[in-house]
Design a protein around this ligand. Sequence first.
Ligand SMILES: *Cc1c(COP(=O)(O)O)cnc(C)c1O
Length: 384
Amino acid sequence: MIYLDHNATTPLHPAVFRAMEPYMREQFGNASSSYRLGRSAKSALEASRKSIAGCLGAQPDEIVFTGGGTESDNIAIRGVAHALRSKGNHVITSHIEHHAVLNTCQDLEREGFRVTYLPVDSGGQINPDDVRSHIGAETILITVMLANNETGVIQPLSEVGKIAREEQIIFHTDAVQAVGKIPVDVNELSVDLLSLSGHKFYGPKGVGALYVRRNTPINPPFTGGHHERNIRPGTENVPGIVGLAEALLLATGSLPEVAQKLTGLRQRFEATVLRKINGVQINGRSAPRVHNTSNMSFQSIEGESILLHLDLKGIYASSGSACSTDSPEPSHVLVAMGVPAGTAQGTIRFSLGKDNTDDQIDYVMEALMEITARLREISSVRDK
Ligand SMILES: *Cc1c(COP(=O)(O)O)cnc(C)c1O
């Protein structure tokens, strides 16, 4: 099996599993209990908080544990919009956000908020000047992702952050695809809120965090006990949180090494595909990208057919994002980049991971050449 879908999810790092295991067995206490078993869970929780804050340039009390990326995005966007409703009703985001952000913004529109969706250029980047020109007296929140899950394109966030600071508008970023892949510092980016998710960097699924800068107004969407600064009530997922912290520490520690390896692998992969297969374009290639993602459109072939044939050869990739595989519509991200719908239909996202090898990439390139040649032959016979 050759797994090239790391933007959908990653395998659990063995060291992460080992760190979690005691908290699923003997150290099972509730972090809110005051006896020793509870106190030991509590101290693991607080050590994890401190470690995660350290990796992001944040303070420990600014880290709120959540049930993953989707939940962090929801708490941030709904939480700020509802807290500031009396101040204004305008939110700025982009056309290329993950559905966790897009569908949340659409929900706000149904509640009466006005949302501006910023366009992107053909490289997949927003223009910070557009952010500035859309800010008005009613603007209460800007939410723009750091790295796109389909193309890997990195957004010019520190420039957006500067504008948000100047205009005193709360700024959130969905950094789920960036954390663990590029250095992320909440102060360099000038963000007030930042979402991350464990299973995108070799941590466990169903656990994530939301960075919340001190004094950021937020109305918690859930009600319950007094956990996590009242922002996210519910008994903390201690084993998951311990795993999240361990995974982030490992990813941050090995970042330069993994980035270098994957940059080389992807460079060879893309150069070979462009040289050996006709009618291929790599979306977002002209923009800065995270080192692992390669989004390729193959002219006049269905992406789904390529995926099926790759699957038969034990190669796992995806068409666009994992969350939209059930919908036949072309990717909203590629459409926003101006990729024609027909071209977008022939798109495969390869997302590499730290354990992929040169040999695996060679095998995938051979397979792709064979599959695309065969599928094009069939479609040309059909067209005659
Ligand atoms: C995967 C992903 C999410 C959702 O995270 P979950 O932990 O799976 O809920 C949100 N945003 C982006 C950019 C993602 O890639």
